[in-house]
Design a protein around this ligand. Structure first.
Ligand code: ARG
Length: 456
């Protein structure tokens, strides 16, 4: 029998239940549902909308239900339509008629909007804590590699020398922005929809601001139609998580590449590596491949909700029940991804010698060689031309710029002197890029400090 039996008989076809019931997934919001109801009942009692004694009974009853679900003493009945119905029915079973007053001046439409907001705000806190942990791990590892020279790439071609520290800190910056976006999203999530009723508010003299205060919300929604039908905060979170997963997938891709024999810049700890069932020699970075792959799921979740919300007329429509599975999948996936990457990074072994070797090939100090000529008075475009020809000569001769004898340099331009060698030394090349945000060890150190400060 349904909560809403009356208008219809309440007995429904089991196939209707199969598509209509949401308890299978919304039961995970039981804590938020109960906490929201406690605040609502407290306010109803305080405003004299329901007898104070009943409000007290309701609050005590709800606290008991929460404690019992937490302890496992009370099992959530999966035959119920949704978590809201389950909590209300259990309350009435336990405290009798007073329980029937809980839903005064409220609809499941504003109730569910409240529950999701509370649930997501909690998850945002966990997500930011995990993102911070990963950003700290990046800072810690970067700090050990301020002078670990490696090639920086464009088009996946060796381009200019950077350091591993600088490289890792690029990802820390992305996470800082992700954390900031999450905080911004939380601000808009904590707007109280309760009081919107089904769609047109309520005739009861609710104190909405008091409920907002009790629940730690920033304010109240200003239009009841919007209050029940707004899922912007959910879309924003999915958008924010999609961007964050994009960052994690890029980082994961680098780790996959770096684990390959072709690069061998890093070896993952055995605890964070997997093997092959047939190839005995294999040690695979499944972990980063999975994060890379799971990114697609989160994008899919964003598309699910964007599409479900598209063109919905005001106000609440049952389509909106579809928000939860997408949201839950996205927050679970993002949380899992963040939580594996931090320990993977902390336990990985980087190979500075291989990075250095890779940096030595590919003429990544060619720009610095041109800059050297510029310092000797040659216009940059001319210097660029000379060094291009020098590189071609080196390739034909099988030499690096460091190995090319001075007399050969001089055949290309008289400005070259013995001081060209220290000028094109890879660590010098990196150290000379000592501007804020640059790869010089000092600059990266400053970035690490600023990042740690921002992380708090
Ligand atoms: N399970 C529903 C949801 O998630 C709760 C709201 C039900 N409202 C309604 N008018 N049937 O959206």
């Amino acid at each position: 029998m349904k909560l809403w039996a009356g208008r219809t008989g309440g007995d429904v076809d089991e196939r209707l239940s199969a598509i209509n019931n949401s308890i299978g997934f919304d039961s995970r919001m039981y804590r938020q549902d109960i906490t929201g109801s406690i605040a609502h009942a407290t306010m109803l009692g305080r405003q004299g909308i329901i007898p104070a004694g009943d409000a007290e009974k309701i609050v005590e009853g709800l606290k008991g239900i929460l404690a019992d679900i937490d302890s496992g003493a009370l099992e959530i009945d999966m035959e119920c339509e949704d978590i809201h119905t389950f909590v209300e029915a259990t309350l009435t079973q336990r405290i009798g008629d007073a329980g029937k007053r809980l839903h005064t001046a409220r609809s499941r439409n504003d109730q569910v909007a409240l529950d999701i907001r509370m649930y997501l705000a909690d998850r945002i806190d966990r997500l930011s804590a995990l993102a911070k942990d990963l950003a700290h791990a990046l800072c810690d590892v970067a700090e050990q590699h301020l002078e670990t020279v490696m090639p920086g790439y464009t088009h996946l071609q060796r381009a200019q020398p950077v350091t591993l520290g600088h490289y890792l800190m690029a990802y820390a910056q992305m996470l800082l922005r992700d954390i900031d976006r999450l905080a911004d999203c939380k601000r808009r999530t904590l707007v109280l929809p309760l009081g919107s009723g089904a769609l047109a508010g309520t005739t009861y003299p609710l104190d909405r601001a008091y409920v907002a205060e009790l629940l730690g919300f920033n304010g109240i929604s200003m239009n009841s139609l919007d209050g029940v039908s707004d899922r912007d905060f959910a879309l924003e979170l999915l958008g924010d998580l999609s961007i964050m997963m994009c960052h994690l997938s890029r980082f994961s891709e680098e780790i996959c590449l770096w684990c390959s024999w072709e690069f061998k810049f890093v070896t993952l700890a055995d605890d964070f590596s997997t093997g092959s069932s047939i190839m005995p020699q294999k040690k695979n970075p499944d972990i980063t491949e999975l994060v890379r792959g799971k990114t697609g799921r989160v994008y899919g979740d964003l598309m699910t909700l964007l599409t479900a919300m598209k063109a919905l007329p005001l106000a609440y429509n049952k389509d909106m029940q579809e928000d939860k599975e997408a949201l839950f999948d996205a927050v679970d996936t993002a949380e899992l991804s963040l939580s594996v990457l931090a320990p993977m990074l902390r336990t990985a072994t980087f190979h500075p010698e291989n990075m250095r070797r890779a940096a030595a090939g590919g003429f990544i100090n060619a720009t610095d060689c041109a800059d050297y000529m510029v310092r000797k008075g040659v216009p940059f475009r001319d210097a660029y031309g000379v060094v291009g020809r020098l590189v071609r000569h080196c390739i034909e001769a099988g030499l690096t710029l460091e190995e090319l004898p001075l007399e050969v340099y001089r055949q290309f331009s008289p400005v070259f002197d013995a001081d060209v060698y220290p000028a094109i030394d890879l660590l010098t090349c990196v150290s000379q890029r000592n501007i804020p945000g640059g790869p010089a060890p000092e600059a990266v150190k400053a970035t690490i400090e600023a990042t740690r400060k921002a992380l708090g």
